[in-house]
Design a binder for this molecule. Structure first.
Ligand SMILES: Cc1cc2nc3c(=O)[nH]c(=O)nc-3n(C[C@H](O)[C@H](O)[C@H](O)COP(=O)(O)OP(=O)(O)OC[C@H]3O[C@@H](n4cnc5c(N)ncnc54)[C@H](O)[C@@H]3O)c2cc1C
Length: 368
């Protein structure tokens, strides 16, 4: 049996990015995903501009831009009362876009393949054994061997669960997501709407479709769904994608021969639309650390550097995400914030700017 340098479970943005950078550096890289691509995924489909430098390092910027997408010009916050505040988003090269995950994730996975990664779709990981390296078993009875394992398998990470790291699932909020026909005149805005049952995010993803997300506690979900059916003229049997939890404890992103990247390591509140960026960047950082270890750098110091860089990625951004989580957990409080922002829009403008235009690291600046 071939032993891979690195096996990655999950071909979402975190796993495919990690794989692409590993393959770019010449590592024998394996990716296993339970889905057949292209596939949709519960997401608001908004791509934070911080992602561009990483996509650039994978030579993907032009290819992303040629896929159907929507350029987003503003974000509109709507309070429960219906009051609205509109904040402009950056334009030009640094603009935020929305793109369907079926297209975006497929492109990243194809890039990893092009660079030499072996990708197996419809391959669900079911068991792991660790001794010198890792033995990975799948639902179809195949077995793979690798020196390093990366869990990039999302918020309900099987890798973390099989390694007894995943916190017990709490009774948590649920998200519903669907692509629906774009309402006439919707424009190029993201809408973040507080509702007494939870919140809704809406963004155009191309000329014809709107991404519609609903987030709520299970008890209030039927009411929120009913609101969406009325608001957007949807049938009661409309098909939604669903996911839970929206929040869970963060896990250490590395230990010995195991790395966790993207949502598998830390889940952020989707309201600020940053999860894909964290997935891309943590995948890139993990690839760098794995490469150093395989090239002979002391494992412990490479792991320490990775853990520090992983924490650095969130520094200065996480508090805004926590603020957003508080606002959506108590939508009446979030709504008060929108009311206040009508008279003092500067605060919301600064927070939005901090999310969509965070300061780039020196490395990122150099690479542009
Ligand atoms: C409602 C909602 C809205 C959001 N909106 C945005 C947004 O607008 N912008 C943004 O940046 N982020 C958003 N996010 C967050 C974003 O979706 C995630 O942060 C991102 O998908 C994480 O990427 P990932 O690669 O870590 O995991 P995922 O994208 O979840 O990919 C994990 C992959 O692992 C595979 N997998 C799982 N288990 C196994 C197994 N046992 N064996 C093999 N494969 C397996 C899955 O099939 C999947 O392909 C949103 C999230 C939610 C819930």
């Amino acid at each position: 049996m071939e032993t891979f340098d690195v096996a990655i479970v999950g071909a979402g943005p975190a796993g495919s990015t990690c794989a692409a950078f590993c393959s770019l550096a010449g590592l024998r890289t394996l990716v296993l995903d339970r889905e057949t691509f292209p596939r949709e995924k519960v997401c608001g489909d908004c791509l934070n501009p911080s992602s561009w430098p990483i996509l650039d390092r994978l030579d993907l910027v032009q290819r992303v831009r040629t896929l159907p997408h929507a350029k987003l010009g503003s974000v509109e916050f709507i309070a429960i009362s219906g009051r609205r505040v509109i904040i402009d988003l950056p334009s030009g090269e640094e603009s935020e876009i929305a793109i369907k995950r079926s297209l975006f994730d497929m492109l990243l996975m194809s890039r990893a393949r092009e660079l030499g990664t072996q990708v197996y779709e419809e391959t669900t990981v079911t068991a792991l054994t660790s001794s010198n390296g890792w033995t990975i078993e799948t639902a179809r009875g195949a077995t793979f061997a690798a020196r390093t394992l990366v869990g990039a398998d999302g918020r309900n990470s099987t890798v973390a669960r099989l390694c007894n790291l995943l916190p017990r699932p709490a009774r948590e909020r649920v998200a519903l997501q669907a692509h629906i026909p774009l309402p006439p005149g919707f424009g190029d805005r993201i809408v973040l709407q507080f509702l007494s049952e939870g919140y809704s995010g809406q963004a155009p993803v191309n000329h014809d479709e709107l991404n519609l997300c609903l987030v709520s506690h299970p008890s209030k979900l039927p009411a929120l769904r009913h609101w969406a059916e009325k608001q957007f003229g949807l049938q009661q049997d409309h098909q939604w994608h669903t996911i839970t939890p929206l929040t869970r404890a963060a896990l250490a992103p590395a230990r010995d021969k195991l790395f966790l990247v993207g949502d598998a390591a830390r889940v952020v509140e989707p309201f600020t639309g940053e999860g894909i960026y964290y997935a891309l960047r943590s995948g890139e950082l993990a690839a760098g650390a794995i490469l150093k270890i395989i090239r002979g750098k002391d494992r412990q110091s490479a792991l320490r550097e990775f853990v520090n860089a992983h924490a650095e990625m969130y520094r200065g951004r996480l508090w805004i995400n926590r603020l957003a989580r508080a606002a959506v957990l108590w939508p009446h409080v979030g709504s008060l914030f929108v009311h206040a922002a009508r008279f003092h829009p500067m605060i919301l403008r600064l927070l939005t700017r901090k999310i969509v235009l965070p300061e780039m690291t020196n490395n990122e600046r150099r690479s542009r």
